[in-house]
Design a protein around this ligand. Structure first.
Ligand SMILES: NC(=O)c1ccc[n+]([C@@H]2O[C@H](COP(=O)([O-])OP(=O)(O)OC[C@H]3O[C@@H](n4cnc5c(N)ncnc54)[C@H](OP(=O)(O)O)[C@@H]3O)[C@@H](O)[C@H]2O)c1
Length: 249
């Protein structure tokens, strides 16, 4: 009989596991939370806005919710304080930080790193040895990390690439905890309207034209990538490019 964890069907591979998802109240994180719940996990979602986090948890039967701004280390620590053990930590919280380096406010550009690198560092330190040795951490980057553009995304691209490097370093430092990064291409989530406002539809139409699959990815496809990184015990120190081939054009 094969007793490796990956021989267990995905449908119940997370039975009894505690999964904490920062950014789990919307988009990719919400879809990952729903899929983790379906796979048997106890799911706690963390969002910045309390009302959205509570609404998501109630609607999908999650086991808890927290409100915390990940740019505030003390808030991250408080959100994790009463959770005795975490098996899988997922750090997806973030906004589309876009501003030209010579023009944007420095405090605003800092957010790209504060929401990603420093949030991850605060969460890992806050959990300490409450992170299960056979568990995992999933970080978020994005196709910008290796396919930049001239539209004010240089700092976000840098923060995204840094997440991939952080994951590789943590995979060694925290071993045997596995640490990976999901790097999505364009996914159709609320982040598009939040960042593009009334230009959303025009930008999406233009993206559809140029993308190899003539569509954006769905939150479910991206959430499935998170589940794969969480449950495949041989994924470690890796970046999963999940982008419909957007890096190729
Ligand atoms: N969608 C894409 O095409 C794409 C591509 C590459 C990378 N990404 C990255 O993937 C991650 C998830 O994006 P998404 O598309 O799922 O966006 P989304 O639907 O806007 O979800 C973002 C989530 O992060 C939370 N969040 C944002 N800032 C936060 C903060 N300072 N503190 C705590 N929580 C915060 C949001 O909570 P509130 O709603 O309460 O603020 C929400 O739960 C982001 O880091 C994004 O940069 C997305």
């Amino acid at each position: 009989m094969n007793s490796t964890p990956n021989a267990v069907p995905l449908s119940n591979r997370l039975d009894g596991k505690t999964v904490v998802i920062f950014g789990g109240s919307s988009g990719i994180g919400l879809s990952a939370a729903i899929q983790a719940k379906t796979a048997g996990a106890n799911v706690i979602v963390v969002g910045r806005d309390a009302t959205s986090a509570e609404k998501a948890a109630t609607a999908h039967g999650f086991d808890g919710w927290r409100a915390a701004d990940v740019t505030d280390g003390a808030a991250v620590e408080a959100a994790l304080r009463d959770i005795p053990q975490v098996d899988h930590l997922v750090l997806l919280a973030g906004t589309f930080v876009a501003g030209q380096v010579r023009e944007a406010e420095i405090a605003y550009l800092h957010r790209a790193f504060d929401e990603r690198i420093w949030a991850a560092i605060h969460a890992v330190r806050a959990l300490g040895d409450r992170l299960s040795p056979d568990g995992s951490i999933t970080l978020i980057s994005g196709a910008l990390a290796d396919r930049p553009n001239a539209y004010g995304t240089a700092v976000l691209a840098a923060a995204s690439a840094a997440m991939e490097a952080l994951a590789r370093g943590l995979a060694l430092e925290l071993a045997p905890v596995r640490v990976n990064t999901l790097s999505p291409g364009p996914i159709d989530t609320p982040i598009l309207s939040k960042s593009l406002g009334e230009n959303r539809d025009a930008v999406v139409a233009s993206m559809r034209n140029s993308l190899p699959l003539h569509r954006l990815g769905t939150p479910e496809e991206a959430g499935a990538g998170v589940l794969f990184l969480m449950t495949n015990g041989w994924m470690n120190g890796a970046t999963l490019n999940l982008d419909g081939g957007s890096r190729l054009v």
